[in-house]
Design a protein around this ligand. Structure first.
Ligand SMILES: Nc1nc2c(ncn2[C@@H]2O[C@H](COP(=O)(O)OP(=O)(O)OP(=O)(O)O)[C@@H](O)[C@H]2O)c(=O)[nH]1
Ligand SMILES: [Mg+2]
Length: 375
């Protein structure tokens, strides 16, 4: 054989990619890391696999724990993300960072029964399946460790996902699944990095093109650390539904920004009322009310609309100043555009609404680029 062909096609010392990468998003899961790796070693003995932790700069040293294991076992790797938070984004980043033929996603807290990985892998190896979901709601599976309330919420949101998005899975809220890397790579540009429900997003974005199978698993108690689930997950889920229903045309963030803007309008009127009662001139009252409403909008947008990028400390102050400047320009453009339209169409409402929409779009686009830009 030609030696140049040999060296270029199979470089010396080359190690082929593993067959399976298990992507494990983590946030403050240090104590669970060695336990999980040990269980993966046992379960996946005889397979070519790797574990890829994607850690959002946990304060408890989760990434150090993963790397310490990786020093002696190169099958354990870690991506440390700085300045970013979010479960879906972490999963996507991990899944895009592998050459393995199959990619699984599972939680770090030992709630996902790792032994299901083998059944999942076998289904994908058969060649007829693109995605295997580990389900708590198939016969043989269960989520009995959940409180009655959480079971209800989980089942309710599953029903919404099935009905509204046409996702025909017994457990679309599962965070435990395995997919062919090529299929995932094709879908990745359509996925939202915000939110907690990556599986729903993958299945809804594929629009029936994925061949899907399910395997049962029993959901276990969290071993160490705390749950990161909070009320925000409901907002993220609503965001996902809106985005998928509108073909990604309408961003939920924008709707949220507008909803906050409407509450700001109410605050503006309330300020005017208080200033009038204090005997201020209209011009002064208008300035106070505008600044009050802008500050209100900033605080609410920071807490809700941009929860995943919320500013604290000094960046909060500079963000407020920037937001005030941006909204002042937005208010001027609102008046300018409304007056310009009024010259052509003397309907107050048409001109007023067009001005308000332009102001809102300006405020949204510019503030998301300048105030809450991804760090
Ligand atoms: N990288 C990253 N991982 C996260 C983030 N939020 C949660 N995780 C991880 O995602 C997995 C699931 O989070 P959990 O808090 O256990 O959520 P859950 O299993 O739905 O809820 P519980 O049943 O209450 O534990 C865990 O491995 C977390 O460490 C995040 O913002 N970034
Ligand atoms: Mg958990």
């Amino acid at each position: 054989m030609d030696s140049s062909v040999t060296t270029t096609s199979i470089a010396r010392g080359a190690r082929p990619a593993p067959e399976l990468t298990v992507v494990i998003p983590t946030y403050n899961e240090r104590a669970n890391i060695p336990l999980l790796v040990e269980r993966l070693r046992k379960t996946l003995d005889g397979f070519e696999w790797e574990a890829l932790f994607v850690d959002d700069n946990s304060r408890d040293g989760t990434s150090d724990a993963a790397r310490a294991i990786g020093e002696t076992d190169a099958r354990v790797r870690c991506i440390r993300r700085i300045g970013r938070r979010g479960l879906s984004g972490a999963c996507i980043e991990g899944m895009l960072a592998t050459q393995a033929r199959y990619v699984a996603v599972m939680d770090a807290d030992l709630q996902h029964d790792e032994t299901a990985l083998v059944a999942m892998l076998e289904k994908l190896r058969s060649g007829d399946i693109d995605l295997v979901v580990a389900s708590r709601h198939l016969s043989g599976g269960s989520d009995e460790v959940f409180s009655a309330l959480r079971q209800k919420i989980s089942r309710g949101s599953s029903a919404i996902a099935r009905r509204v998005l046409g996702v025909s899975l017994s457990d679309p809220m599962s965070g435990f699944f395995m997919i062919r890397r090529t299929e995932f790579n094709a879908l990745a540009p359509q996925l939202s990095s915000q939110g907690f429900k990556i599986l729903v997003d993958i299945v809804a974005s594929a629009r029936g093109k994925l061949r899907i199978a399910e395997v049962p698993f029993v959901f276990r108690e969290r071993q160490h650390g705390e749950s990161k689930l909070d009320a925000r997950v409901a907002i993220d889920f609503a965001a996902l539904i809106v985005a998928k229903l509108t073909n990604d045309m309408v961003s939920f963030r924008f709707l949220m920004f507008c909803a906050v803007g409407l509450t700001g309008f109410g605050i503006h009127l309330a300020f005017l009322q208080v200033c009038a009662m204090q005997g201020l001139s209209f011009a002064k009252a208008q300035i106070v009310a505008t600044l009050g409403a802008i500050a209100w909008n900033f605080v609410l947008n920071n807490a809700l609309t941009y929860h995943d990028q919320r500013l604290t400390g000094w960046p909060f102050i500079t963000g407020l100043i920037r937001f005030t400047l941006i909204c002042s320009v937005g208010a001027l453009s609102n008046v300018g555009i409304a007056s310009w339209i009024y010259d052509y169409d003397s309907d107050w409402w048409h001109a007023g609404i067009a001005g308000a929409v332009m102001g809102a779009v300006w405020n949204y686009l510019v503030s998301s680029a300048i105030v809450w830009k991804q760090r």
